[in-house]
Design a protein around this ligand. Sequence first.
Ligand SMILES: Cc1cc2nc3c(=O)[nH]c(=O)nc-3n(C[C@H](O)[C@H](O)[C@H](O)COP(=O)(O)OP(=O)(O)OC[C@H]3O[C@@H](n4cnc5c(N)ncnc54)[C@H](O)[C@@H]3O)c2cc1C
Length: 524
Amino acid sequence: MDQFATKGSDPSFLTIEQWARKIEEALERPNVVGPIRNIRDDDRREFDAIFIGGGAAGRFGSAYLRALGGRQLIIDRWPFLGGSCPHNACVPHHLFSDCAAELMLARTFSGTLWFPDMTGRTTSIKEVVDLFRRGRTGPHAVMNYQSKEQLDIEFVLNASARILDAHTIEAAGEIFRARTLVLALGSKPIRLNTLGRDLHGIHDYATLVETLDREPGEAIVVVGGSKTAVEYGCFFNATGRRVIMLVRDRLLKLINDGETRTYAIDRMREQGIKILEGATVSAILGDAEGRVARVVADTPSGELEIATDFVFQALGERPRSRLAVEALGVAIDDSGAVVVDEQLRTSIPDVYAVGDLIGAPMEMFKARKSGAYAARAIMGEKVSYRPSDWPDFLHTHYEVSWLGLGEEEARARYRSVVILKMPPDNPNGLDIGLPASDRTMLYAMAHPHMSGFQKLVLDGKTRRVLGAHHVGYGAKDAFQYLNVMVKKGLTIDELAEMDELFLNPTHFIQLSRLRAGHRELRSL
Ligand SMILES: Cc1cc2nc3c(=O)[nH]c(=O)nc-3n(C[C@H](O)[C@H](O)[C@H](O)COP(=O)(O)OP(=O)(O)OC[C@H]3O[C@@H](n4cnc5c(N)ncnc54)[C@H](O)[C@@H]3O)c2cc1C
């Protein structure tokens, strides 16, 4: 067992490079490396909390609790802190989405300007996956280094936790006791429950990066219609493959503005993705070697058989609550999420739950914030946390960002809705290269309709912003700050008063300035 002494005594110190090597080794041979233990021997206090799970929720909760002067311990079965986001979820998703955007550009301008001829070329998915697997250790190492050397977090890694009671955990052959327990166990992908579900060649976001052992063929079936399905589907498509999406309900129904959703989906179709809504998988048929050969789907126009050797399932995630239910009997809801109050307390005294384990929204901001709020509650602060009105985004080949109300909901709730948008409605059909900004300039000049879409929804009476929507690149950052201002009552006049940096991706400031002079606001 690896023992780190207290901070300051050199034998325990690992550089980021040494951490990287240790993590690699532990991922390859977990039992040989054994538990990685960082417990201070200069602090004899009882732990205020043991966090089971050192993902975003457990790590941020731990850092916050430590900063407040408390003592914490993280136990995680992986040899690194940070959890699924940098290991198999968000970070590969962003790599794949970056590739999708780059490849769409390369294919659109294939053989022109400085772009190579992409005609008939399929690019490797496996090479990108392998690239990710080689590259992910660096961020893992930074998180271990930062947690130990800079945040003073105590941990036992590469060791599963067993819950004995609400104050006692067994891990790495040791018993640990704490005043409270924080469950931060995350979620896992929901898998298909159809005939053939165990055939080789069926992947989800986790197995794709862990076990992909050969290059997918020319056709890929994606099952699902929300963020992960679309993000991975667009990447597969951008590599030059035929992608067929089987969507049980409606594609991307989480985008709450109709025109924005339509723009995003139209571009996906234009890139060649076949989208079948109202379609479900009835069976997956294999070949003699046990590999996927065909997918049988029920669609509104009848049964369909698709030849493929690769199925990507993206049916959502289920909170990993079984361990806590079996050991403690914590209450869960129908989705398997641990039920918590606004202090993140579960149904069992002194047991808290955070992150994906407590259900939607399963996003990083909620994981990190709920961890920090639980820490504050444990350290005696009066807190209340219930996520609401957060900005959101996803990737197609583009970035799609939104906040507040879509136009339809705004019109249902307000009498004088005003819309500022680009491109404007264009009955004559002229292909307009606006909005345009960094990363869409080439489209704006050569394929104008591909240069994005944006919309600001306003209440004409109060002049307040009700919602904002964007398809393009580079607006996401603005949305996280804009959302705070919108919640505080941002008006068109305040937007018009800001100093924009030309050529900004959302154009909201200059559009507002064009209209703010009107006493009676008008759409644009
Ligand atoms: C494909 C995909 C893309 C995503 N992209 C984004 C994005 O772009 N932006 C965004 O905001 N969110 C994104 N998310 C969501 C985000 O990844 C999660 O919300 C976040 O990682 C949840 O953090 P967590 O700490 O709750 O769980 P996790 O990070 O999963 O941490 C749980 C930890 O518990 C540990 N554990 C489990 N069981 C045990 C045990 N018995 N003993 C010890 N340890 C245990 C695990 O090893 C793990 O480290 C994405 C999710 C997916 C699936």
